[in-house]
Design a protein around this ligand. Structure first.
Ligand SMILES: Cc1cc2nc3c(=O)[nH]c(=O)nc-3n(C[C@H](O)[C@H](O)[C@H](O)COP(=O)(O)OP(=O)(O)OC[C@H]3O[C@@H](n4cnc5c(N)ncnc54)[C@H](O)[C@@H]3O)c2cc1C
Length: 285
């Protein structure tokens, strides 16, 4: 597909148009698309819930993983799950399967692939803990399996994300459901009530610097309510930038830079972005 508008693929609902766009429905289809692409930049979008899609034309091929959604139970505790599988659906349906462990991730939007690439989580935990292995394709369309221990991960970071690969599926291993799981799930959902969930956003703008809360720092530096174009810092949670109407990605990026500069000036602390800007994963071979 050519000249495909992308804003509807991001929870911020900003951003431009892909020169070429594909939504493969299977691994062989994805491999074929990459092999046919012929030396152009390739980008990947999952649920678009941690993403700023640049304005204007995005030169190259944007691949959405949203149709890679199979879920195959391997044994009592494990399942091979494709990258486009809905992450909230996975978290909420584990208990139905008699499994548990991911309750801390209750309410995180997006896909499993996006969650793995950023080690999404909360309360000091992250989804990568549960990945036994991840299958990913490279710029030649070749498939490789990365086993646990072959990729390091930490707070909102997974090394696979810098390796120039598209994650296609993961073997996830959970534990037996436990009596306290439901309460934990509910308590993590409750904590989300302090987030501006009625507005379009891409979650937290900045990572928490060691020993600090980014939201608290931004609040103390007077960032709440700051506005650039159609983008504003939420009055409810200072680490959320919301699209209040017709924001552009430029507005969001400028506002984030303004906030980071305020915090640096007033506290000397450098905030690191948690939201990612869509950039090429690789150039197809
Ligand atoms: C209201 C709200 C609350 C949120 N709360 C949290 C929270 O509590 N904790 C948290 O960690 N996050 C949170 N987020 C952010 C976001 O939901 C997570 O980071 C999520 O895991 C991103 O997944 P995604 O599929 O939307 O990824 P996308 O936003 O589509 O992509 C994120 C990055 O991963 C890359 N990517 C995506 N899929 C693949 C793939 N298959 N292979 C290779 N690269 C890929 C993209 O190119 C991009 O660089 C929140 C977001 C919102 C809107």
């Amino acid at each position: 597909m050519e000249n495909q508008p992308l804003s509807h693929l991001s929870t911020l609902e900003t951003g431009g148009t892909a020169e070429f766009f594909a939504q493969p429905e299977s691994l062989p289809q994805l491999q074929e698309i990459i092999r046919q692409a012929g030396g152009i930049p390739v980008y990947v979008i999952g649920g678009g819930s941690n993403l700023i899609i640049p304005d204007g034309i995005i030169p190259g091929l944007v691949i959405s993983t949203r149709r890679l959604v199979s879920f195959i139970r391997r044994d009592e505790f494990s399942a091979e799950i494709e990258a486009g599988y809905s992450f909230p659906r996975l978290v909420s349906s584990l208990s139905v399967m008699g499994l548990g462990g991911l309750e801390f991730a209750a309410g995180i939007p997006g896909t499993l692939g996006g969650a793995l690439m950023g080690n999404a989580g909360a309360g000091g935990r992250g989804v990568c803990e549960f990945a036994e292995s991840v299958k990913a394709v490279d710029s030649s369309g070749n498939l490789r399996t990365y086993r646990r221990g072959e990729f390091e991960y930490g707070y909102r970071h997974c090394a696979l994300s810098g390796m120039g690969v598209i994650a296609v599926s993961a073997l996830m291993k959970f534990r037996s459901a436990a009596p306290g799981d439901r309460d934990e799930y509910i308590s993590f959902m409750e904590k989300r009530k302090n987030q501006p969930l009625n507005f379009r956003s891409a979650g937290c703008t900045f990572k928490n610097p060691e020993g600090y809360s980014a939201g608290k720092l931004l609040d103390e530096c007077g960032c709440k309510g700051l506005t650039v174009g159609g983008a504003s810092v939420s009055e409810k949670h200072a680490n959320f930038i919301v699209n209040t109407g017709n924001a552009s990605s430029f507005d969001v990026t400028e506002l984030a830079a303004l906030c980071a500069e305020r915090v640096r000036e007033q506290t000397g602390i450098i905030l690191e972005p948690e939201i990612r800007t869509l950039s090429p994963c690789f150039r197809s071979q």
